[in-house]
Design a binder for this molecule. Structure first.
Ligand SMILES: NC(=O)c1ccc[n+]([C@@H]2O[C@H](COP(=O)([O-])OP(=O)(O)OC[C@H]3O[C@@H](n4cnc5c(N)ncnc54)[C@H](OP(=O)(O)O)[C@@H]3O)[C@@H](O)[C@H]2O)c1
Length: 331
């Protein structure tokens, strides 16, 4: 397994991680706990140790599943979880936030219990709470480091100025934001540049465009009624059709090169810099193995330029989240 550093002076972790979210929620097709657990075990066997979950996934059941999968194997993993994105049991699409210090202290206890461990390697604030100064939230997270409950701190979908303020309170090791061929916001909003300036690792989530960039999704009607993607503008109606035209060009390029579209999409992310640690999500061993093999796909400058030309910033039709969730980004 190729390794990369979690930030300029951070520990070595696998260059590609495993997003575990879809094992419990959002991507409905073929969910199967046994295959999910086998996928986590196969990842560890391959030396892929960067595992990503959050208390909000399920909610809670994804951490429980990982807790089960990691029984007797905890030390092999570099385990990341998140707090601060609140779910509404009455409405799965609604989201709230909390960065209150007492909420941080309470959340870690729940995550440790469900994950069946006494420490997390990486703990992210999932979304910034505009009502609580970031210094207060990070102050509470830093106490968790002092208590040995957490090793490294991270933030997700944070704005550059907030990141700088946070980093002054306690070193931030990783920033996780959506980044892929069809979501190039971090290049444009200054987040990637700020991470580089401060020596912070950048962890692209949904690097396969929630499955779209693999070329295997052909119609929005194929999703189950409660699949998350039905609620994302990019996966709806005309937007889906327009985006499919772009992806078909990626598929063609992949076919010419003798690799999969998914591997091309991941190789493009990996080629953006040694400081990027993408975490493609899957609940199947077969996809996991294809995704790990993307580490061996070398792209020439000409191929990168072709991909950049297919998917320049803002090329995707439709926003990546519905309006309420869009408003919670980059704060
Ligand atoms: N911080 C945040 O706010 C945030 C938000 C979203 C996600 N995340 C994290 O990022 C992780 C990854 O993102 P994601 O899961 O949303 O999206 P993703 O990695 O872009 O795509 C996942 C989807 O692609 C499919 N897939 C994976 N590998 C494939 C392959 N080789 N061929 C064909 N299809 C393939 C998966 O199918 P199957 O499910 O059928 O395997 C799943 O439907 C999540 O698991 C989660 O841990 C974080």
């Amino acid at each position: 397994m190729k390794n990369r550093r979690l930030g300029r002076n951070g520990p070595l972790v696998s260059a590609i991680g495993l997003g575990c979210m879809g094992m419990s929620e959002f991507y409905v097709a073929d969910r199967d706990e046994r295959e999910s657990i086998a996928t986590v075990h196969r990842a560890l066997e391959l030396g892929l140790n960067l595992l990503d979950t959050a208390d909000a996934y399920g909610p809670h059941s994804n951490e429980e599943l990982l807790g089960k999968a990691l029984a007797g194997r905890r030390e092999q993993a570099f385990l990341a979880s998140k707090f601060g994105l609140l779910r509404d049991p009455q409405d799965p699409q609604r989201r709230g936030v909390s960065g209150r210090p007492e909420y941080v202290r309470q959340s870690i206890e729940g995550s440790l219990k469900r994950l069946n461990t006494d420490y997390l390697d990486l703990y992210y604030q999932h979304r910034i709470d505009p009502e609580v100064p970031i210094e207060e939230t990070i102050g509470a997270m830093a106490e968790l480091v002092q208590q040995g409950k957490v090793r490294y701190l991270g933030l997700s979908e944070v704005a550059p100025e907030t990141l700088e303020r946070a980093h002054r309170v306690h070193p931030i090791s990783a920033v996780q934001s959506e980044y892929s061929l069809w979501t190039r916001d971090p290049e444009e909003n200054g987040v990637l540049a700020t991470c580089r300036q401060l020596g912070i690792a950048f962890v692209p989530y949904s690097p396969l465009g929630r499955g779209f960039l693999t070329g295997t999704l052909k119609s929005p009607e194929d999703f189950a009624a409660d699949d998350y993607r039905r609620f994302s503008p990019r996966f709806q109606g005309d937007n889906f059709a327009k985006n499919l035209q772009l992806v078909s060009q990626v598929e063609q390029l992949a076919a010419d090169k003798g690799v999969l579209a998914s591997q091309l999409a991941l190789a493009w992310v990996l080629a953006q810099g040694e400081d990027l640690l993408p975490i493609p999500g899957t609940k199947r061993r077969s996809y996991l193995e294809q995704n790990v093999a993307a580490l061996d796909v070398q792209l020439s400058a000409a191929e990168i330029a072709t991909l950049d030309a297919i998917f320049p910033p803002q090329a995707a039709a439709g926003e990546r989240y519905a309006a309420e969730s869009m408003a919670m980004l980059t704060r």
